[in-house]
Design a protein around this ligand. Structure first.
Ligand SMILES: [Zn+2]
Length: 76
């Protein structure tokens, strides 16, 4: 079971801004953080996908999303 995450009052993207009560990010900064991490850790979105077995000949990310939704949206 993953550790339960609690908003800290500061944006988790690393910009140093404060956030609204109960928010992890300033508006839009979740995508900035996601993009930064994918670039730094994987190099590109295709490399990120391939690292997890997704590609046109591998697992299908949209099909995986639909399956995840049907299963109640729980983290695997
Ligand atoms: Zn931020």
């Amino acid at each position: 079971m993953a550790e339960r995450l609690i908003p800290t009052g500061n944006c988790w993207c690393g910009c140093g801004c404060e956030t609204e009560r109960g928010s992890f990010f300033q508006s839009g900064h979740d995508k900035k953080a996601e993009s930064a991490l994918i670039l730094v850790e994987y190099g590109s979105v295709p490399e990120f996908l391939a690292e997890h077995g997704y590609s046109p000949t591998g697992k299908n990310p949209l099909a995986a999303l639909e399956e995840w939704k049907r299963a109640g949206g729980k983290r695997r």
